[in-house]
Design a protein around this ligand. Structure first.
Ligand code: SF4
Length: 480
C-alpha cells in the first residue's frame, strides 16, 4: 500500500514536500490508522453478532442480496447462497462478519466512479461506508486524522450533506438513520443526529442558491465579488471535540498557494508588465492579454453533409460540413455536442452556429468543435448577419505564473491519449493551457508550481466555461 501511495504521489503533477521526510515523520502512522479502522469495524461486527445477525440474516441465508450489495468478492448479480451462511441456528461469527460488511467504494472501481449523483446533475458525492446490518442505512466518513485540525469544523456540514444527498437521490422518501465520522488518528467515532426532512429541504434550497451564484457561474465570476477576507484558523480537542484554540488568519495565507496573486496575503508578487517575449534565438513575440482571446465564435452557412450520430446517453451528437461565405468548415461534436438540436435541421438547412470553438484537424486544417455550450439554429436567407468562417486557428502568446498542474491519460476507439495542462495566473486573469499526446512539450516535466512560463503560438480554444490556450506542433513552451 505504501509503495502504491508513493507511486501516486510521484505521478501527482502538483506534489510538494519530500517523501523521505514525510515517511520519517509520519510513515509509522499508516498501520496505526488501519488498525484503528479495523477496531471500529469489529465493534460493528460484535454488535451485529449480539443482535443475532440483524435484519438481513434470513435473506443472507436464503442467498438474497440487496439491489446494491456490499463489495464481497461476488458479482452484484450473484444469486448463490454465501459459503459462510449456515442453514439454521444462532448466527455465527463468520456470518456476522459478512452481515456487518458495509457498502464501500469497490477498490477495483476507477477513481470517483461510484458516486451518488442528483438526477438534475448539479451535485454529486461519494460515501465512504454505508452500514446496513440493522435494517437502516448509516453513513460513516473516515478521516485519517485525530480531528484536531480546523477541518473538524466542516465535518458536521459534510455529514449533513451526505444525509441530504441520500434523501434527495432516493426520491426524497428514504432517510439515513445515522451519521458518523471515524477519526482513525485516535480511534474515535463522532456521532451526529441526522437532519429531519424540513431541515434537508432548507439545506437543499440554500445549497442550490449557492450553486447558482458561485458554481454555475464558473468562468464568468468577477474577482471583485470575492474580496480576500481570510477567516481565523480554529483547532479542536481530539475526535472533533470542543474548540480549544484559534490562530490568526495570516496562518491561512501562509499556507495558501494563491498568496503570490492575492492582495490580502501581504505577499502579492506583481506580474511582469512585459509586452513581448524574446526567445533564446533572439526572435521577438508580442504578448497577448487573456481578455484578447476569443475562445468561442459564431459562424453561419448552409449544411452540406449531415451526420446525426446517435449519442450514447440519448439524442444525437451531430457532425456536419458547413458551406460559408469563406469556404467549407467541418464541424464535429465534443462528446454529445450541443444539448439540443431542433427538428428539421439537416443537409441543406441554413444555420447559425453560436458558441463553437476552433481546433485543428488531423491533417492540419481547422474545424469547429460543438459542445454543450454550442447552439445550432435554423435561419432564413435574409437573416444572415455576416459571420465569416475562420480560415486559421486564433494564435496567441501568453505569459503567466503556474498556479497548478494537471495530467491525465486514457483510451478511446482511436487509441491511447495523454494530456498535460496548467492553470496560469496572468496580469489580466487566469487561463488554462493544455496539450494532448504528441503535442505535449518536452519541457513539461520541468514545470513546477510558481514557475513563470511563456506559451508562444498556442491556439485559443475553450474548455467548458473556461478560456484555454492549447498546444499543437507550432506551439512552444518556455520556462522563464
Ligand atoms: S492568500 Fe489565500 S488564504 Fe489568504 S486571503 Fe488570499 S486567497 Fe485567502
Amino acid at each position: 500500500a505504501i509503495a502504491s501511495a508513493h507511486e501516486s504521489w510521484l505521478a501527482d503533477a502538483n506534489r510538494s514536500g519530500d517523501w523521505e521526510e514525510f515517511m520519517n515523520a509520519r510513515g509509522h502512522q499508516g498501520p496505526q490508522l488501519a488498525a484503528a479502522g479495523i477496531e471500529l469495524h469489529l465493534e460493528e461486527v460484535a454488535k451485529c453478532l449480539a443482535a443475532g445477525g440483524g435484519a438481513g440474516l434470513m435473506d443472507f441465508r436464503a442467498g438474497r442480496r440487496p439491489d446494491i450489495p456490499a463489495p464481497d468478492g461476488f458479482p452484484a448479480t450473484h444469486d448463490q447462497t454465501h459459503p459462510c451462511a449456515k442453514g439454521e441456528g444462532e448466527v455465527s461469527l463468520l456470518e456476522a462478519w459478512e452481515l456487518a460488511r458495509p457498502w464501500f467504494v469497490d477498490p477495483e472501481a476507477g477513481t470517483f466512479t461510484q458516486q451518488a449523483i442528483l438526477p438534475e446533475g448539479w451535485f454529486q458525492g461519494e460515501y465512504d461506508l454505508v452500514y446496513r446490518w440493522d435494517g437502516t442505512s448509516r453513513i460513516v466518513d473516515i478521516k485519517a486524522s485525530d480531528g484536531r485540525s480546523e477541518w473538524a469544523a466542516s465535518y458536521p456540514v459534510q455529514m449533513q450533506t451526505y444525509a441530504w444527498l441520500w434523501w434527495a437521490s432516493h426520491g426524497k422518501d428514504e432517510e439515513v438513520a445515522g451519521l458518523e465520522t471515524w477519526y482513525l488518528g485516535d480511534g474515535s467515532r463522532k456521532v451526529y443526529p441526522p437532519p429531519n426532512t424540513d431541515e434537508m429541504q432548507q439545506f437543499e434550497d440554500e445549497l442550490h442558491d449557492f450553486w447558482e451564484q458561485h458554481i454555475a457561474t464558473k468562468g464568468r465570476r468577477d474577482i471583485a465579488d470575492y474580496p480576500p477576507q481570510p477567516a481565523t484558523v480554529p483547532s479542536f480537542a481530539p475526535g472533533g471535540g470542543e474548540q480549544v484554540g484559534e490562530t490568526d488568519s495570516s496562518e491561512r495565507c501562509r499556507q495558501c498557494y494563491w498568496a503570490g496573486e492575492c492582495e490580502g496575503s501581504g505577499r502579492k508578487v506583481d506580474h511582469d508588465g512585459a509586452t513581448e517575449f524574446v526567445d533564446h534565438d533572439g526572435s521577438s513575440h508580442p504578448l497577448n492579454n487573456v481578455s484578447e482571446l476569443i475562445p468561442r465564435i459564431t459562424v453561419e452557412g448552409r449544411i452540406g453533409t449531415w451526420k446525426p450520430n446517435p449519442w450514447r446517453f440519448g439524442g444525437i451528437a451531430p457532425a456536419l460540413s458547413l458551406f460559408t461565405g469563406g469556404g467549407s468548415l467541418w464541424c464535429s461534436p465534443y462528446k454529445g455536442g450541443p444539448l439540443a438540436v431542433a427538428d428539421g435541421i439537416g443537409g441543406g438547412t441554413s444555420v447559425r452556429i453560436e458558441g463553437g470553438y476552433l481546433a485543428p484537424t488531423r491533417n492540419g486544417g481547422v474545424q469547429l468543435k460543438l459542445d454543450e455550450h454550442t447552439t445550432i439554429s435554423a435561419i432564413e436567407e435574409d437573416e444572415f448577419e455576416g459571420h465569416q468562417s475562420p480560415t486559421a486557428l486564433h494564435r496567441a502568446n501568453i505569459r503567466g505564473r503556474v498556479m497548478s498542474l494537471s495530467r491525465g491519460e486514457g483510451e478511446t476507439n482511436w487509441g491511447k491519449w495523454k494530456r498535460w495542462g496548467a492553470e496560469l495566473a496572468t496580469a489580466d486573469g487566469p487561463i488554462e493551457i493544455s496539450a494532448m499526446s504528441e503535442n505535449i512539450p518536452f519541457a513539461h516535466d520541468e514545470v513546477k508550481r510558481d514557475d513563470e512560463v511563456a506559451v508562444i503560438a498556442g491556439y485559443a480554444t475553450a474548455f467548458g466555461d473556461k478560456k484555454q490556450l492549447s498546444f499543437d506542433a507550432e506551439t512552444v513552451l518556455r520556462i522563464l
